[in-house]
Design a protein around this ligand. Structure first.
Ligand SMILES: C[S@@+](CC[C@H](N)C(=O)[O-])C[C@H]1O[C@@H](n2cnc3c(N)ncnc32)[C@H](O)[C@@H]1O
Length: 278
């Protein structure tokens, strides 16, 4: 099932693969939950979901708390009158000004997500959402998938926090899936589509935390671009790391029309006991 939120790097199609790599556990932990596409498709009874983006977490929490209130607000925005450039700009400015109730803000974000160019979520240096109008033909409220998320997330712990704080909350029996902004494929392709910067220092810290969790007996699966530097970084931090790949369709930078197949890497940080037994 697809998430109700369009999000760069959505992983709905890889969820089954992630499930088999995680190999069980009592609680799913996603430090980079994004649209929640993986969470939505995995059969865990409990979950800890984190993300550094305040609005994506605000949206998930509003849907979790009262999906019908978000849908009611959204119905006033998904109208032919609001599907033009002027209305879009006015609503984008309203969103950036803030001050709405959680349900109003969630509906505004849903509107922007479905009416902006390519479902991008990008902010200016001052933090304002600044993606242009996408001229959608007939945008619809994703009612079914939004309700499905609300039902699945009823008991989930959804937190606005950086990945370090989510790793700090790990406990035995957790299964951790990390889908961070990826390392750039080339020195010139720096665009990630997300709101916070994520560079080599963040990747180093993340891989060290994956290794630390594995050393405590907790399995972590990390998605990344399949680059020699990425494999080296993982191996240096955790020599027992196992690599698996999958060919996925990608789009270059912010031009969603420019698609190609690229190998996606899964780095599986096996806990020490499993690695020793292998
Ligand atoms: C690739 S997306 C996740 C995609 C998600 N798995 C899905 O299927 O839609 C990466 C996410 O990392 C979040 N992020 C960026 N920097 C972060 C940080 N330092 N800590 C936690 N989350 C961060 C972004 O807001 C974004 O939602």
């Amino acid at each position: 099932m697809k998430s109700y939120l369009k999000w760069p790097g959505g992983k709905a199609r890889l969820a089954k693969r992630v499930e088999s790599l995680l190999g069980g556990g009592t609680r799913l932990v996603e430090p980079f939950v994004g649209s929640g596409a993986v969470f939505l498709n995995l059969p865990f009874a409990s979950a800890l979901l984190g993300d550094a983006d305040p609005d994506v977490i605000g949206l998930h929490r509003a849907v979790q708390q009262d999906a019908e209130a978000v849908l009611a607000e959204a119905r006033a925005l998904f109208t032919p009158a609001c599907n033009d450039k002027e209305a879009y700009r006015r609503l984008r400015a309203e969103f950036n000004a803030g001050g709405q109730s959680p349900a109003e803000r969630a509906a505004l974000m849903l509107y922007l997500n479905r009416h902006c160019f390519n479902g991008l979520w990008r902010r200016s240096g001052s933090g304002a959402f600044n993606v242009a109008f996408g001229r959608p033909a007939s945008p619809e409220i994703p009612e079914e998938s939004l309700r499905a998320f609300a039902a699945k997330a009823a008991g989930a712990d959804i937190r606005h926090q950086g990945f370090e704080a989510t790793f700090a909350a790990l406990r035995q029996g957790d299964a951790v899936y990390c889908d961070p902004p990826y390392s750039p494929l080339s020195a010139t392709s720096r665009f990630t589509g997300y709101s916070s910067p994520f560079g080599p220092a963040e990747h180093d810290r993340l891989v060290a935390l994956c290794a630390d969790a594995a050393a405590r007996g907790i399995r972590v699966v990390l998605s990344e671009h399949d680059l020699p530097a990425v494999r080296e970084r993982c191996l240096a931090a955790w020599p027992a790391v196992r690599f698996e790949t999958e060919q996925v369709r990608r789009s270059i930078s912010c031009n969603g029309g420019n698609r190609f197949l690229a190998p996606e890497l899964f780095a599986v940080f096996e806990p020490i006991s499993l690695a020793a037994a292998a």
